[in-house]
Design a protein around this ligand. Structure first.
Ligand code: NAD
Ligand code: LMR
Length: 340
């Protein structure tokens, strides 16, 4: 039977609530940096997610406005709000998933590593809070430089004696979104029919799209593949330059993080075969952290996929990224060891 629009929207509302209620995971999800360019749209998308029971918004400034605004959206997730370090415990207590977009973004001419001096301390402080108040939570780090901030988080967690490598992930999903958006254009199809693995890290040449493994197949000359690889590697800079001093990708990042967060919540709720690319503690290469395709299970990362067959261009790319990625990882480890 066809429903009239009002009945239809009522039915959808019931369905939304039923999905949330029947879900085995009544998750509390925190967004740290919720007042920012990524934080606000990400918080909105998480407010719309039926797997979220409580959406905990935390920032050092501006959180009450964002929380009041989002609380008027009639979806099931309850919005709570905390501002400043003295309220961090409240924001984190009982969290299942913590997503961190806190920190400064790039301006034209900067590298992600130029953000290290400010963002390293921010991520360290927030992770110390996670270790104390929600040590079992899954942690998804967006703050740049991701290549270093994930090792920083791991070192903080190791010091606190609660490090679980399965639950710490650097969010590299935006690289996959970009690669898939560009590949869909090339393949003349819609992005939902496209799969492009992106491995390595999340900065310049450390971003390694595996175009030879992309589906659907498109025959590309080596020059064309190289040009597309470079466009994906420089896509963040493309946005930074287009925003001309007003920051970096926020909307596409919020979308990517919300999709990634949704995968985490679905896996946490017991759904099988959820795959994502993310930057994690890894034995796939000789680097201690590396992004690859992985399978999520109820307790976090379940299987880290191997690299598969690389073509000549990708093999060169892999060898070429190792020194930079190794240096960024060590910089994060040294930062925590230095006790700054
Ligand atoms: P923004 O400046 O708009 O927002 C950052 C927010 O963090 C601000 O609201 C600020 O008040 C808050 N903040 C600062 N210190 C904090 C602390 N100690 N605790 C909690 N909140 C704190 O920046 P943005 O555009 O949202 O970008 C945030 C970060 O995400 C940047 O480091 C950026 O480089 C990174 N980023 C990563 C990716 C990725 O693919 N991983 C993509 C885009 C941006
Ligand atoms: C991105 O890839 O868009 C982010 O890492 C932000 C940036 O600085 O490019």
């Amino acid at each position: 039977a066809h429903l009239r629009p009002v009945e239809q929207s009522q039915a959808q509302g019931v369905l939304r609530q039923a999905t949330a209620m029947s879900s085995p995971s009544k998750a509390k999800v925190a967004v740290l940096g919720a007042g920012g360019g990524i934080g606000q749209p990400l918080a909105m998308l998480m407010k719309m997610n039926p797997l979220v029971a409580e959406l905990s918004l935390y920032d050092v400034v501006g959180t009450p406005g964002v929380a009041a605004d989002l609380a008027h959206i009639d979806t099931a997730a309850k919005v709570t709000c905390a501002t400043g370090p003295e309220e961090l415990s409240k924001a984190l207590y009982g969290c299942n998933l913590v997503i961190i977009p806190a920190g400064v973004p790039r301006k034209p001419g900067m590298t992600r590593d130029d953000l290290f001096n400010i963002n390293a301390g921010i991520v360290q402080g927030l992770c110390e809070g996670i270790a104390k108040y929600c040590p079992k939570a899954w942690v998804a780090i967006i703050s740049n430089p991701v290549n270093s901030t994930v090792p920083i988080a791991a070192e903080v967690f190791k010091k606190a004696g609660m490090y679980d490598p399965r639950k710490l992930m650097g969010v590299t999903k935006l690289d996959v979104c970009r690669a898939q958006a560009f590949w869909a254009e090339l393949a003349d199809t819609i992005p939902s029919k496209v799969d492009v693995p992106v491995v390595g890290g999340h900065a310049g040449v450390t971003i390694l799209p595996l175009l030879s493994q992309a589906t659907p197949k498109v025959d590309l000359s080596k020059d064309k593949a190289k040009a597309l690889m470079e466009r994906i590697q420089n896509a963040g800079t493309e946005v930074v330059n287009a925003k001309a001093g007003k920051g970096s990708a926020t909307l596409s990042m919020a979308y990517a993080a919300a999709e990634f967060g949704n995968s985490c919540l679905r896996a946490m709720a017991g759904e099988a075969n959820i795959t994502e690319c993310a930057y994690v503690d890894s034995h796939v290469t000789d680097l201690p952290y590396f992004a690859t395709k992985l399978t999520l299970g109820a307790d976090g990362v379940k299987d880290v996929g191997n690299l598969g067959r690389l073509n000549e261009l990708e093999t060169e790319g892999l060898e070429g990224l190792k020194a930079e990625l190794r240096g960024s990882i060590q910089k994060g480890i040294d930062f925590v060891a230095s006790g700054k």
